[in-house]
Each structure stands twice: as C-alpha cells, then as structure tokens.
Ligand binder design. Structure first.
Ligand SMILES: NC(=O)c1ccc[n+]([C@@H]2O[C@H](COP(=O)([O-])OP(=O)(O)OC[C@H]3O[C@@H](n4cnc5c(N)ncnc54)[C@H](O)[C@@H]3O)[C@@H](O)[C@H]2O)c1
Length: 374
C-alpha cells in the first residue's frame, strides 16, 4: 500500500520520502540502497520508543546492523542544549564515526533534537527521519530544519541538515493521542490553503473518517490517510525544493503562525498545542485578508468549517489581551526590518507574503474575535 515516493531536491541534497503503512520494517532495505553501513544511533522519546523502538532495533539487528538507542523524555522540554549534550556524550562515548547514521524516531521534538545532534556531531553525520506524528510527517521531518530551544525563545539554535531519507509509517498514528492528531490536521489544512486547492477539497470530502485512527488494521482508512499525508507532504516538498533556506516562498509555510506563535506565548506555552494555536491564527489571518479585500468571505467560512470538521477550535482562548498579542507578534522572529511578515490567503490554494498589513486592521480583527467569545 506504499505510494510512489516524493523526492526533495535542493542545491545541497536529494532524498526520498516514503509514506505508507507498516513501512518502518523496510528500513534495512532502504539503508542498504543508500549504502549506509555504519553504526545506527536511534533516538526516540519515552512515549514512542515502547511502541516502535524496540521492534525496530530488533529488525535492524536481524538485518546485521549495529544499533544503539537513546530515549529522551516525551515533550518539548527535551528540545534543549542540555539534552543535546547528553546525546553527544552518548555518541562520543560509543565511538561515533563519520559514516554512522542517526535515526530520529518520533514527532517534531525528536526530529529537531536528533537532527541537530546529527548535524553537529563530528561536523555532521547522516540522518534519517522516522516521523510518528501527523505534524512531523507533513512538515517537520521534511526540509532539513533542525534545532533546539533556548531559554529566551523557541528554535533559536539550529542548523540546516537535510535527512538522507524520510519514512512516514502511517500505522504509527494509531497510538497518537487524538488531540495531537487533530493538531497535526491544522498543518495539513494549512498546506491546502496556501498551495493545493485539490487537497483542501479532498479534506472537505473525507473529514468525518480522519479525526481518529480507530483501527490500524483498517486498510482502507490507512490508505486514505496515507494519500492525504502524501499530498500534504508534497506541498512542503515543492516549497523546500524552490526555497531551501527560507528566503522567499518557504515563508508561506508560516501561514497562521504569526498570530499562532503569539497566542502560544500569550496563553503560556503548553496550554495550547502548536497546531491548535495555528488553527486560531489561520482563522484570524484569513479574516484580516478578507477585511483588506484580499480574499472573499467564502474562504474564511470554508476554512473555518474545515478546521472545525478536523476537531480544531477557531475561538480565541479566554483571557487574551489584543494589545499584548500585537506586541508579541512584532517580537516574532519572522519580523524583518521592523516589519511583521504576514501570510495572507488570497484564494483556496493561494497565499502571499505581505509586510504592509496595517496594525489597526489586525487590532480590529483581534478585538472582534475577543468580543465574539464574550
Ligand atoms: N523542523 C521543522 O521544520 C519544524 C516544523 C514544524 C514544527 N517543528 C517542531 O516540531 C515540534 C512539535 O512536533 P510534534 O507536534 O510532533 O510534537 P512531539 O514530538 O512533542 O509529539 C507530540 C506528543 O506525541 C507523542 N508521540 C509522538 N508520536 C507518537 C505516536 N506515534 N504514538 C504515541 N505518542 C506519540 C510524543 O511523545 C509527544 O508527547 C516543535 O518543537 C516544533 O518547533 C519543526
């Protein structure tokens, strides 16, 4: 049931992304095809390793690979320099060599953390992304951004380091918490809005079947899920192929993130999942675009309806002050020369980057959003 792989091709790398059910067990074959014969350093987290890590290690050993594993605590707090240092200690004490490979088995946290360790140990060794969350499959595992958080902000330390392969085994989503799955749908919907009207329409048609993976043995459901994930991942691939270092088009992927990041910070990190904040951010961004006459109300309504259908709220969390939110948006790292960069949808499947959005319009939309929930 595996589909044709997608291929990332940038000035620095070329690699395939495979999406399918039960494909983790094929890792030894892919390693052989890539000529990766060194020791394998499997990094996972405490929620993922018990489900898939031990079985994967067994498969790799049976195929003759030397593999060691390291499990970090589940959650964003593991994405820091202290945990990176633990990974360095583990690998250097274990005599890591240049021809070795890091395997990142988990969500975006493990992918970013293990990816950063792979990018920097011995000035960079091979990396394979094995994403186990929806967000990681359609977004974070693709494109080579790796990094960790600093006490002063998220993702402030990092490196571009493209993986040699991405294997998205959709069966692993069967153990993901429903709330995490829904948060991942926000990024999938985002890809439809910014680049792929057909993906958006498919999401509309299939909404009811996709908000929980009730049975990993349900071949039909996994096949439909795999197709949607592949199509959403293809949007990221196209954008990364055109703009690896985020100097232009890659900024479109920040749709919903300007206010989303501010909301995450205002609601204090951890209250809202990233995807949940992005969903509200997308709704607000679409309203700003509509107020400025850049898109019609149908876009705002269709997007809102789709977000709701995938279990996401578009309501501003309580207790948020619009002025505080505005201040936080101007601190966002996507600010360039003092101007906030907004990603504005213009039609389903199309969006544009703007730095000339009047603050007064943003404030009115935010005040209205807060007023609506009172
Ligand atoms: N590098 C990039 O381009 C990029 C893009 C977007 C987001 N990110 C980063 O990704 C991170 C968020 O990623 P995420 O949403 O995947 O979060 P995550 O990695 O924290 O995973 C979410 C939760 O689900 C658990 N989990 C993961 N897979 C599971 C599975 N199959 N079964 C059971 N539990 C499972 C994890 O242990 C965790 O508790 C953030 O740090 C963000 O900055 C990076």
């Amino acid at each position: 049931m595996e589909q044709k792989p997608l291929t990332v091709t940038t000035p620095t790398a070329s690699y395939d992304i495979h999406v399918g059910a039960n494909i983790l067990q094929r890792l030894p074959t892919y390693l052989g095809q890539l000529g990766l014969e060194g020791q394998l350093w499997l990094v996972s987290d405490s929620a993922v390793y018990p489900h898939y890590g031990a079985a994967l290690e067994h498969t790799l050993r049976e195929a003759g690979y030397r593999v060691q594993s390291f499990t970090v605590p589940s959650g964003e707090t593991s994405k820091d320099l202290a945990t990176t240092a633990q990974l360095y200690d583990w690998m250097i004490n274990g005599n890591v060599e240049r021809q070795d490979t890091v395997l990142a088995l988990g969500g975006g946290v493990v992918g970013d953390l293990a990816g950063f360790a792979a990018a920097t140990v011995l000035r960079g060794i091979a990396l394979i992304q094995l994403p186990t969350t929806l967000l990681a499959m359609v977004d974070s595992a693709i494109g080579g951004k790796t990094g960790v958080n600093h006490a002063l902000g998220k993702n402030l330390i990092g490196a571009f380091h493209q993986p040699r392969l991405v294997l998205s085994d959709v069966t692993t989503l069967g153990t993901l918490a429903p709330r995490e799955l829904c948060a991942g749908w926000a990024e999938v919907i985002k890809h439809g809005v910014i680049r792929d009207a057909d993906l958006f329409a498919r999401l509309e048609a299939q909404a009811t079947a996709m908000t929980s993976i009730t049975d990993v043995a349900d071949v039909t459901q996994l096949a439909s899920l795999g197709k949607l994930i592949r199509q959403a991942a293809a949007v990221k691939v196209q954008i990364v192929n055109a703009d690896e270092r985020e100097s232009g088009e890659r900024m479109l992927l920040n749709y919903g993130h300007t206010l989303g990041h501010a909301l995450e910070a205002a609601a204090s990190y951890g209250t809202l999942l990233h995807g949940e904040a992005v969903a509200v951010g997308m709704h607000l961004a679409a309203q700003i675009s509509q107020r400025l006459g850049m898109c019609d109300t149908t876009l705002v309504e269709r997007q809102q309806h789709l977000l709701h259908a995938y279990g996401l709220s578009t309501v501003m969390p309580s207790g948020i002050d619009p002025i505080h939110l505005l201040t936080l948006t101007s601190r966002d790292k996507k600010v360039r020369s003092g101007k906030v960069r907004w990603i504005m949808p213009t039609a389903i499947g199309h969006a544009t980057v703007r730095t000339d959005i009047p603050e007064a319009v943003v404030q009115t939309v935010l005040e209205d959003a807060i007023h609506t929930m009172l």
